[in-house]
Ligand binder design. Structure first.
Ligand code: 4AD
Ligand code: MG
Length: 502
């Protein structure tokens, strides 16, 4: 009788005959032996078919199976430390559901454009598989953390009647002839809910019509937003710190192998312990104006410029060799693959070399009354070996709902958490303005229509209390945890400016 097991379960079946159901990841044959790497969604397993009378049919099938053919393979499990995943299957029989020829994403390098146009197939590849597994656990831990700590989940609407974060980034939708907006945040609604349940959170997709094509911006992303009643800024910060530690520990516990595959500096994640660094926006401005920021970027520029000429030399060498005589086919393929990677890196480093002087200028001329830009956040977070809380931003560059600071009315009691290793903001939060008159004044400054926010103002009329919370973006957090350069790899089907297929 056929016993179906998953690759993850092979360890419990050593010496037994089992059937794996999956897809051909890779195959090669050496005349007497055929090797299939099969993947089944839980892992990879090398399957070996010997060419002999009893396995003649299986050998013939294995010999010509293309990448991503769907197969059921039956054979005996052997423990083998040298083998991928530690187990191997000696195949007796293969049943082919579909033999595939010409899967578009081969082990050869492809450009980013091509891969993301084929995203529906792309996430069968190894790197994407590792990343999305970590995403699963990150989301599980987000929910787990709040559920364990007495927070009630409150789902907030996606059709929103008014702006939550700032009118420039609203997507408008026709709602039976009336304009409504895709939610930029669930915050205003969790503020209402925390007055009913004390500690709450919402977790869902969030939309921003930012015209930014950066490695940190999606137009659709997932955000978790806890909100607590009877809380000030320090309570919000303490919650954020504890929450981040619990996420990082869980991912380190369950995904060390995935992070290693992705090349993440694990020691750096292990340093994520309380207390995080804490500074005011004013102190951040001083750092940006100071020598440490300038020296950091000068060192960068020197290193990148040196790398640029290294790459150019390496490209020239390979191009010359390829023009020469007597190169074997495998050498040609290897060099072409290397050239592809080198050219990609060349483009990246060129852009860096162009941008660094601009970032230096932005930092040196940083406006102490302005918001931190992406490159400013990168500088601050690279100058620290753990995450950094930056508090008390200028009121004018922040949302209307933030609590005005009691000692300095030009500032608000807000906080951004900058992830270290150069990742920048992953959390934005604040204490909320609970005073009706102060809130109305801010809304007038922002030209917000009072009538749109009547229900929200009611919260300040009926039992108002100090309260606050924050939002954490799943994708930026995952990019940081996995050490990814670009946010597009952190979500199964990314939505970015100019990109919504597939
Ligand atoms: O700082 P933001 O805009 O804060 C809010 O929306 C508040 N209402 C949250 C709250 O206090 N309840 O966004 C919070 C986080 C950011 O720190 C970032 O991680 C993520 O959401 N985020 C984005 N992620 C990807 N692409 C974008 N365009 C993002 N904009 C914000
Ligand atoms: Mg923010």
């Amino acid at each position: 009788m056929q016993r179906n097991v998953s690759i993850q379960q092979l360890k419990d079946h050593v010496g037994q005959e089992v059937t794996l159901r999956g897809w051909v990841f890779n195959s090669r044959s050496s005349g007497k032996l055929a090797f299939l790497i099969v993947r089944d969604g839980t892992g990879l397993c090398q399957c070996v078919v010997e060419k002999k009378d009893e396995t003649a049919a299986a050998f013939a099938a294995a010999d010509k199976l293309g990448q991503e053919s769907s197969v059921e393979v039956t054979g005996t499990v052997r423990a083998d430390e040298r083998s991928l995943g530690g187990y191997e299957l000696s195949i007796r029989a293969i049943s082919v559901l579909q033999a595939v020829d010409g899967f578009p994403i081969t082990p050869k390098p492809h450009g980013v454009e091509f891969l993301f146009k084929h995203r529906h197939l792309h996430f069968r590849s190894r790197r994407q598989w590792h990343i999305l597994r970590v995403r699963h656990t990150l989301i599980d831990e987000i929910r787990g953390y709040f559920n364990r700590n007495g927070f009630t989940l409150i789902d907030t609407p996606i059709f929103a009647p008014s702006a939550g974060e700032g009118a420039q980034t609203l997507f408008s939708v026709d709602y039976f002839g009336e304009p409504v907006f895709l939610a930029q945040t669930g915050q205003l609604y969790v503020e209402a809910a925390c007055m009913a349940f004390s500690k709450v959170y919402c977790f869902g997709p969030t939309f921003r019509a930012e015209k930014s094509k950066t490695r940190r911006h999606l137009t659709e992303f997932w955000m978790v937003e806890p909100e607590i009643a009877y809380a000030d800024l320090n309570d919000v910060i303490a919650l954020a710190e504890d929450f981040i530690c619990s996420i990082v520990q869980r991912v380190l516990r369950d995904h060390r192998a995935d992070l290693e595959f992705l090349g993440r500096d694990i020691a750096s994640l292990e340093r994520v312990q309380k207390p995080f660094y804490r500074m005011t926006h004013k102190q951040a401005a001083e750092i940006l104006h100071g020598p440490r920021a300038r020296e950091l970027l000068e060192r960068d520029l020197a290193a990148k410029t040196a790398r640029l000429s290294e790459i150019e030399t390496a490209i020239k060498e390979r191009e010359e060799k390829l023009r020469g005589q007597g190169i074997k086919e495998w050498q040609r393929e290897k060099m072409n693959a290397e050239l592809h990677d080198l050219r990609e890196e060349l483009d990246e480093v060129r852009i860096d070399v162009q941008n660094i002087p601009h970032h230096m200028k932005l930092a040196a001329e940083f406006d102490p009354n302005g918001d931190l830009g992406g490159s400013d956040e990168t500088i601050i977070s690279r100058l620290h070996d753990r995450p950094v809380f930056v508090t008390h931003y200028p009121r004018d560059c922040k949302a209307f709902y933030m609590k005005r600071n009691a000692d300095d009315s030009t500032r608000v009691n807000n906080v951004d958490l900058l992830a270290h290793d150069g990742y920048g903001e992953i959390i934005g939060g604040s204490q909320r303005e609970e005073n009706l008159d102060a809130l109305l004044e801010r809304m007038r400054e922002e030209s917000l229509k009072e009538s749109d926010y009547e229900w929200y103002l009611d919260l300040r009329r009926f039992g108002t209390v100090p309260h606050g919370g924050f939002g954490l973006g799943v994708e930026r957090t995952l990019a940081w945890l996995c050490g990814l350069k670009h946010i597009r790899e952190t979500i199964p089907f990314p939505r970015m400016m100019g990109k919504f297929y597939p």
